[in-house]
Design a protein around this ligand. Sequence first.
Ligand code: NAD
Length: 352
Amino acid sequence: MTPFTFAGIPTRVIFGSGSIARTGAEVERLGRKGALVLSTPHQQAEAAALAQSLGPLARGVFARAVMHTPTDVTATAMAAFAASGADCVVSLGGGSTTGLGKAIATRTGADQIVIPTTYAGSEMTDILGETDAGRKTTRRDPSIRPKTVIYDVDLTLSLPPALTVTSALNAIAHGVEALYAPDANPILSLMSVEAMRAFKGGLPRVMANPMDRDARGDVLYGAWLCSTALGYVTMSLHHKLAHVLGGSFGMPHAETHAILLPHTAGFNAVAVPDALAPVAAIFGGSVGGGLWDFAKSCGAPLRLADLGLTPADLDRAAAIAVENPYANPRPFGQADIRALLQAAYEGARPTN
Ligand code: NAD
């Protein structure tokens, strides 16, 4: 018997095709009078269309969200929020837009509705990473967690194939680390394994035909499950390394997760073979090898070298990664991390 604590999942989730049409009803259900709609510049047209469909429930659009939630952008958005008279935010987009919505919500107490259009998985979590003067800090707080998430598969049809595959592997990484988290619980482990099945079945079909709505639905379903896992347990080595490479070396978020995953999972499989047995069973072969084969077959990037890192960067990243202790099922030293990064740099297929 393994003791566990499961606190429940308070976020309301609406999943389907065309479900963005329910946004107004959800604003009213929260008892709010008007929403500021958030997006990146790239998704401004979609945000404007949503605001138009909300009619008087929309108080404006702020379409300047960017990666890593810089505090100066948040300050501008806060001013826009105050001037608009809105009492909630609707974040339409990927993790960057969700991050901005969280930053406003935790500062103002405004409710958040998130409409995710990638698989990155920020929407179900109480985690906010913010960048100030080039330094990214991450914290968890109940005020950060969105109240309502509307998954509309139609909005994911436009996600470019390259971001589709890396974003999906980013999601799978949440599920893998949930299986061996120090605070793992059976509900989230069930959800993580179910997610991997959904990705295994759905992602190759999406890559073959990005407009396949059923396959997109399977992948988005997997993304929801993995986001939930990320939102309720502690992440380990994989997320730490992705954070180091993103924060200190400016590596792109989804690609970095995608390339690291087979290596971090294979590294930890030695210590927790039972917890990770479902990963090997679903993807075939060994844990790391199966994930690497799956990533390759879906056309994912495999080499950190292709992201512009140098061997000297790997030395420094390994040193940063062991500066502070954190949870991980397999103990490691700097040389272990350096070797793991070297394998990811070369794109070697892990054996474990
Ligand atoms: P993103 O939000 O930066 O999106 C990348 C680009 O793709 C943007 O230009 C966006 O407008 C565009 N895009 C998004 N969906 C699209 C669609 N369906 N069609 C066409 N274009 C689309 O990327 P991301 O990977 O979703 O998010 C990365 C950020 O999220 C990072 O800053 C990361 O730290 C953060 N994140 C946070 C958490 C958390 O729990 N706090 C979890 C995961 C990721």
